[in-house]
Design a protein. Structure first.
Length: 413
């Protein structure tokens, strides 16, 4: 378990670690503001676009095999990224990192289901897995700040290869059987295109991408109906939409708050990258230590109580952060809310998946979460009172989930 948790640590780390390095990256490679944004977002878009396909490939060809391929690719591409001669090359490599990250994610979730077949044991393991990988959220801003202050932006990428190597060594004896699930590659291409266009439209407010997404969505719906191997297994979306909504809102809150508070701390309060990373510890540390408790709660009571309680804490933390000048206690509340919601959602989705589709189920949840994260950055950066708006959204989601979850089939026995 240590090996695949460590690899997922890398995947999550790379969603945040480069953000705090952008000033140094701009000084080194130059480029426009849009180019700087794409240095971060190329990874996010490619990761979001390929999550469903990464899960399907893991279910088809074996979770361990796909996981190892993704980890090895992640390490090699990180080395190339550290040596990028210009911004255009770096953006392309970041996109390839996103594809490798999607393979790692699909493989790790498939391994979680294989190694812990009993739902209660899997819930506890999911809590531990979330604690290890949640530390990436705590480490991202802090490690990024330290490395940039000491060695510059290239050091951010040199952190990845040794961790990838340790993960591969830890998992070298782990094998997985090939699955029976077939893959309709045309459907998967359409799913990747749709998620990529949605992410690009949200990040850049690009009307062309939004318009292109509409015919792609229509083609995907038609292809799904006719496909012998749809991207979404039958009934999964209908059964789990309350959890998917909760995951979207949770990531909307976290990523949007991280973006807004980064601007506040560095541009308004003039903190250094390292000091800004330290300032986020009250938010991110609960996401490192609390998921173990969450896993035990899910194993005993099912995922719904932690999800409801976590959404309520997210709403309270966001509101407190928006309405007061004292950040630390409200960031702690927000961090604990996220640490209750996210592991419970993952345990519920993996448990609800039909046999042989755990990677796909995890991919669906992560795709929705990634769209939420992208939407959080895009929306909360341009509206007034962004944190208070997110607090209201989280509170409404909590109320809606309390009603909708009565019909959900997710549970832990």
């Amino acid at each position: 378990m240590f090996g695949f948790s460590l690899a997922y640590f890398l995947v999550i780390l790379d969603t945040t670690v480069l953000t705090i390095a952008l000033p140094d990256l701009r000084a080194s490679l130059g480029g426009s503001l849009a180019g700087q944004q794409w240095a971060v977002n190329a990874y996010t878009v490619a990761f979001a676009a390929c999550l469903l396909t990464g899960g399907a490939i893991a279910d088809r060809y074996g979770a361990a095999r796909v996981f190892k391929l993704g980890v090895a690719a992640f390490g090699v591409i990180s080395l190339l990224s550290a040596a990028a001669p210009n911004l255009g090359v770096l953006i392309g490599l970041r996109a390839l990192l996103g594809v490798a990250g999607a393979l790692c994610t699909g493989g790790s979730l498939g391994l979680l289901a294989e190694m812990f077949p009993q739902p209660a044991a899997r819930a506890r393991a999911t809590g531990l897995w979330a604690a290890i990988t949640g530390s990436a959220l705590a480490a991202g801003p802090l490690l990024g700040g330290v490395l940039v202050d000491l060695y510059g932006w290239r050091a951010v990428f040199l952190l990845n290869p040794p961790i990838a190597l340790i993960s591969l060594l830890a998992m070298r004896k782990v094998t997985s059987p090939r699955g029976s699930r077939m893959i309709d590659w045309w459907v998967q291409v359409l799913a990747c295109a749709l998620l990529g266009l949605v992410a690009e439209a949200l990040i850049d407010s690009a009307p062309v991408a939004a318009l292109l997404a509409l015919p792609v969505l229509a083609a995907l719906v038609l292809a799904e109906r006719r496909s012998h191997a749809p991207a979404l297994p039958g009934g999964l979306l209908a059964a789990t939409w309350p959890e998917l909504l909760a995951g979207t809102v949770a990531n909307f809150a976290f990523s949007g708050a991280l973006f807004v508070l980064t601007l506040l701390l560095q541009d308004t309060r003039h903190l250094s990258p390292m000091a800004a990373g330290l300032a986020f510890l009250p938010l991110t540390l609960p996401m490192t230590v609390n998921p173990v408790l969450t896993g035990r709660l899910v194993a005993r009571y099912g995922p719904r109580p932690p999800i409801l309680g976590g959404l309520a804490l997210i709403a309270a933390g966001l509101a407190g952060t928006a309405l007061t000048d004292v950040l630390i206690p409200w960031l702690v509340v927000l961090g604990f809310g996220l640490s209750f919601v996210l592991p419970a959602l993952m345990a519920g989705m993996v448990n609800s998946a039909p046999p042989g589709t755990a990677g796909t189920a995890g991919g669906v949840l992560n795709a929705f979460r990634q769209v939420g994260a992208t939407l959080g950055v895009a929306v909360m950066g341009v509206i007034g009172q962004p944190l208070l708006t997110a607090a209201v959204l989280a509170a409404l989601t909590c109320a809606g989930y309390a009603v909708a979850a009565r019909r959900a089939v997710i549970g832990v026995s």
